[in-house]
Design a protein around this ligand. Structure first.
Ligand code: HEC
Length: 170
């Protein structure tokens, strides 16, 4: 998260004088600048304090990735929540109501075989998750379809599912 770094009062004065084309500042103006600086510093602290707590989740348009590259798609679309290795500890995880699933344990939790169809449906968004209420995980089927149509969306979901298969712990 970006934390603003405040200028010094000297730099602020110089910038102000240059922008106005003046040599000296009246006292009232100097005070105004100091107040601006203090507010700036304070805002910086507030940002820093928030950054220590939960990261802010910014919803933005999905970035383009090659539909055939499961790994690139996973790191772009999934790792923020699930972590690069799929352990469920991505940087956005602490900001979610529900802990993202540990995607390395799917085999183990399914008697040693990979539940590919279920995983595909969960990514797509058709499978109702065990946990009810608000679904924290995005409905990727819709996002991918909106990006470039249904056929490529199906390919993306397939390749993501196959990539998740490679993350399984023995
Ligand atoms: C915004 C955070 C977030 C993102 C991004 C995200 N997930 Fe999830 N995912 C979750 C959460 C939280 C759960 C746990 C279920 C829920 O939503 O309550 C979950 C559950 C799952 C499950 C179900 C696992 C199980 O135990 O049944 C799979 C599979 C999965 N995610 C795969 C993915 C894949 C693949 C991507 C990328 C295309 C992805 N997720 C992106 C948050 C996320």
């Amino acid at each position: 998260m970006a934390v603003s770094i405040p200028l010094t009062i000297g730099e602020l004065e110089t910038a102000y004088k240059q922008s106005r084309g003046i040599e000296t500042l009246g006292e009232g103006t100097a005070m105004k600048l100091i107040r601006m600086l203090v507010i700036g510093v304070f805002a910086g602290f507030v940002c820093a304090a928030q950054a220590q707590q939960a990261p802010e989740i910014v919803r933005e348009n999905a970035k383009a990735t090659p539909a055939e590259d499961g790994k690139a798609m996973f790191s772009t679309y999934c790792a923020a929540c699930h972590g690069l290795a799929g352990k469920g500890n991505g940087p956005a995880a602490t900001a979610l109501k529900r802990q993202p699933a540990d995607l390395t344990q799917l085999n183990k939790r399914n008697n040693g075989s990979f539940p590919a169809i279920k995983v595909g449906l969960i990514i797509k968004g058709d499978e109702v998750m065990a946990s009810h209420g608000s679904r924290d995980m995005p409905i990727w089927g819709k996002i991918f379809t909106d990006m470039e149509g249904e056929r490529l969306a199906t390919l993306r979901i397939h390749n993501l599912t196959e990539y998740v298969r490679t993350l399984q712990e023995k």
